[in-house]
Design a protein around this ligand. Structure first.
Ligand code: FDA
Length: 309
């Protein structure tokens, strides 16, 4: 099921069709805060008022034209002052394939530099999401090259995926560089040559890298909805005297709200990743792939809507 959904997430034709059909909306709205920043603002405000932090993702990936890549960068540049005006966290997450990675390094470098320059002016934080393993080297190299733009004002961080076999070594290098790392399990389908295939191995790798980041990382972000791992992080932090000011939990908009609230109530810092935009299809399909029960729920809601018409 996971493999099929992830394969479907790359089908542009289905994506174009899905984004035109109104019947998927209720299920989509569970994971996506709106089609525009204005539409997402009430959700962002609600999350902030409840005591959470936020990072905003303007949905889009694998762009195929220079114009689309430039437009994506411009959307981030425009969003940062709006978040500022609204008193929301100026913290954004972007993808290099959205900034034109497939179209050439010069283009992606220019686009990301534009976003970082705007972020530095606002003292904002930019997270470069990690995509599939073919992009890991380019992502880390670009982060190293462009990080100086943010020296002294805001910062730019990266993401590591515990599924990848290379991640413990990348984590050590990034710890030594004082990088702000978000650790996640990894949302992409990867070959066995580069990635663990068993969930137990991915989880064990997460736990090991998590401990290294908690000990020596620079304000790491633990991005997971896995309550067993969250509880382990808490136990480890308590044992080592690591307080909530030294790291944060991150979770996706619409996923495990019970866990989000529990961690917040217990005094931990929790940041919600809030995506918005019209290009929601691949992101949505990855969320379905993460939990088969989401598919059953989707089919149920499509069936109910069909009967109501
Ligand atoms: P796991 O998949 O084991 O799920 C644990 C439990 O969480 C499940 O049993 C279920 O209850 C719940 N759950 C998880 N996903 C759910 C869903 N979609 N719907 C409903 N319930 C769900 N990946 C990547 O490759 N690059 C990146 O840059 C990022 N960035 C990122 C940011 C943030 C803030 C988060 C939380 C996650 C990412 N990810 C990511 C995605 C990540 O790699 C991973 O695919 C998902 O977080 C699912 O893994 P869990 O750690 O939640 O564990």
């Amino acid at each position: 099921m996971r493999a099929v959904l992830l394969a479907l997430s790359h089908r542009r034709f289905i994506g174009r069709l899905a984004t035109r059909l109104p019947f998927t909306r209720p299920m989509v709205a569970r994971f996506i805060a709106g089609e525009t920043l204005e539409a997402a603002l009430p959700a962002l405000e609600r999350i902030r008022a409840a005591g959470f932090h936020t990072t905003v993702d303007i949905l889009g990936e694998a762009v195929r034209s220079e114009a689309a890549a430039r437009a994506a960068a411009a959307a981030y540049v425009a969003a940062i002052p709006v978040l500022d005006d609204q008193g929301l966290d100026h913290n954004v997450s972007l993808k290099l394939s959205q900034m034109g990675l497939a179209l050439g390094l010069d283009l992606v470098r220019e686009n990301v530099a534009r976003v970082l320059t705007a972020a530095a002016a606002a003292g904002a934080f930019v997270r470069i999401d990690m995509e599939d393993h073919t992009t890991t080297d380019a992502t880390l190299e670009l982060w190293r090259e462009l990080r100086p733009i943010m020296a002294g004002s805001g910062d730019v961080g990266v993401v590591l995926q515990s599924a990848l076999r290379r991640t413990p070594a990348d984590a050590e290098a990034l710890i030594a560089e004082g990088a702000r790392v978000r650790l996640c399990k990894g949302a992409y389908r990867e070959p066995a040559t580069v990635a663990h295939q068993d969930k137990a191995d991915v989880d064990a790798a997460f736990e090991a890298v998590m401990r290294r980041l908690l000990d020596d990382g620079t304000y790491p972000a633990l991005a997971t909805h896995d309550d067993r791992i969250a509880d382990q992080a808490i136990a480890y932090a308590r044992e080592r005297g690591i307080g909530p000011e030294r790291f944060e939990f991150q979770m996706l908009y619409g996923v495990r709200r019970d866990l989000q609230e529990r961690l917040l109530r217990d005094g931990w810092t929790v940041r919600i990743y809030v995506p918005f935009g019209g290009q929601w299809y691949p992101y949505f399909m990855r969320r379905l792939a993460e939990r088969p029960a989401n598919v059953t729920f989707l089919i149920g809601s499509l069936w109910r809507e069909r009967r109501a018409r």
